[in-house]
Ligand binder design. Sequence first.
Ligand SMILES: [Zn+2]
Ligand SMILES: [Zn+2]
Ligand SMILES: [Zn+2]
Length: 143
Amino acid sequence: MVDNFDAICSKLKEEKYKITPQREIIINILLDNLNKHLSAEEIYDIAKGINPDLGMTTIYRTLDLLVELGVLQKLEFGDGRTRYELQDEDMHHHHHLICLKCGKVEEFEMDLLEALEQKILEKKGFEVMDHKLKFYGTCSECR
Ligand SMILES: [Zn+2]
Ligand SMILES: [Zn+2]
Ligand SMILES: [Zn+2]
């Protein structure tokens, strides 16, 4: 589980990366916005409010580093923006609902694909470890 500050810091330290104040700010923004699927630009906007010296390059570099370390996952929802989500154990079990009108991304917390996964195992001998499912449609507010 890497959804808490200490777990993320120990990942960095394992790979001999320092916990710089900039990295700390970015990690805290990610932790404060769990399930919000922030883009780099949105993270930048929040970070600027905390430390105006934090540049876009630092944001991108830190996000790339966290992705490389397996702490963070990059998500594409087809709107041309890369979004980020902290990895967690339950990642397997949530699906994304993307509103085509307002662009909001919600999570659906249940997997419900167990029967399909079982069929895949039976028919193909393939064990499903994960899947990324995106549903495109209209959210409750836009309907
Ligand atoms: Zn998500
Ligand atoms: Zn909507
Ligand atoms: Zn599943």
